[in-house]
Design a protein around this ligand. Structure first.
Ligand SMILES: [Zn+2]
Length: 374
């Protein structure tokens, strides 16, 4: 499928929808919306160089085990299996972002001691990059670096737009969350349980909540996974509220419905997991103190493991906590469960006395809800 990207030049050209449709293999009359959906227009590719290195000298307490075959790692990175990092983040951003991995062969971090280097996450990225330059690796066109080191343990996670990973992760959820940081998404905040970034409806909240089980792919048959008991679970999607906060293309799209609470608007929302860009997925109300947003989440796509709910988040309403230096983070404010048919009286969810969402209808297939906001 040819990919048509929107650039400033394209935006100002007289383009023919029919001609673009033909190029995309869609003959005849083509709705613009279908063309956008089929051609991946608006997609921003993010080029990630995966540097794979074994330690120069391995620590005595290393968790030695075989390196995953390339086919197994590829399954996690970008295989079209519905849950790989590529598929997850494409779906979770309504195809606004596309992870493109280029994976280097395994090499050795010359003169680097596992024991001395493993706690300093940024240092591990620097050491891998330095060694890669010695090894003749080109970084032309590379946006981000993932340093995959072996054997575990290492202080794995995101750092400065890059990330350190290893084969000791507790699960796919961990990789999905850390790649979210690599794409620029910060932690979602919430009701301050054990973790200040608690949002059960965002992969950028604390990991491994409302996950869905993944069948072990064939490429991992006979391959050792250290945390096999917890590894094969895929996390809930990003919240549309976070997409609004961090992705300008989404915030400017018709997926975002701006509402005036004084008019008690009745708003139709699509379940995010089955929505495309331009489907209505987020209602945004400006208040005297920040913005309050409503979205609908149900068991579709990357949200296959979530309890169906209308979820409310806020921006710039709560005091800023400095957990990892987040700027104006998304705050989870609450949710109301959704089931069909809607009970009477219907459920509602409120933020103090300034915002209330009431559920008025839900389609039997749970794909859409209608809420009244006030
Ligand atoms: Zn994090």
């Amino acid at each position: 499928m040819p990919s048509v990207r929107q650039s400033k030049a394209v935006r100002s050209l007289p383009i023919s929808v029919r001609a673009l449709g033909r190029e995309a293999g869609l003959p005849g009359q083509v709705p613009v919306r279908e063309l956008l959906r089929r051609t991946g227009m608006f997609t921003k590719p993010v080029h990630i160089k995966v540097l794979r290195y074994t330690w120069g000298t391995v620590a005595p307490d290393a968790r030695n085990h075989p390196i995953w075959p390339d086919a197994a790692l590829n399954e996690i990175l970008h295989a079209p299996n519905g849950w790989s990092l590529g598929d997850f983040w494409s779906d979770a951003t309504l195809r606004l972002f596309e992870l493109r991995f280029s994976v280097e062969p395994w090499r050795v971090l010359v003169n680097v001691s596992h024991k001395d280097a493993r706690d300093d996450r940024g240092g591990v990225v620097d050491k891998c990059r330095h060694q890669a330059e010695q090894d003749g690796v080109s970084f032309e066109g590379v946006d981000r670096i993932v340093a995959m080191v072996h054997p575990p343990p290492v202080n794995a996670g995101a750092v400065g737009g890059n990330a350190v990973l290893d084969q000791g992760a507790f699960g796919l959820s961990f990789f999905q969350h850390e790649l979210g940081h690599v794409l620029g998404f910060e932690h979602a905040f919430g009701p301050c349980g054990d973790y200040v970034y608690q949002d059960d409806y965002s992969v950028m909240g604390f990991s491994a909540v409302q996950t869905r089980a993944i069948a072990v792919p064939a490429a991992f048959t006979g391959v050792q996974v250290l945390e096999a008991a917890t590894f094969w679970n895929s996390d809930r999607a990003l919240s549309p509220a976070a997409l609004y906060r961090y992705a300008g293309d989404f915030a400017a799209s018709s997926s975002v419905i701006r509402v005036d609470l004084a008019t008690r608007p009745r708003v139709r929302l699509a379940a995010f997991g089955q929505a495309g860009l331009h489907d209505p997925v987020l209602a945004v109300a400006s208040t005297a103190q920040g913005e309050i947003m409503a979205e609908y989440r149900a068991r579709f796509g990357q949200d296959g493991g979530v309890q169906p709910a209308v979820v409310v988040h806020s921006l710039r309403r709560r005091p800023v906590l400095r957990w990892h230096g987040e700027q104006d983070p998304v705050w989870y404010e609450g949710h109301m469960g959704v089931s069909s048919p809607v009970p009477s009286p219907g459920p509602s969810v409120s933020v103090d006395t300034v915002f209330k969402a009431e559920l008025v209808s839900v389609t039997p297939d749970l794909r859409y809800v209608e809420v009244v906001l006030s």
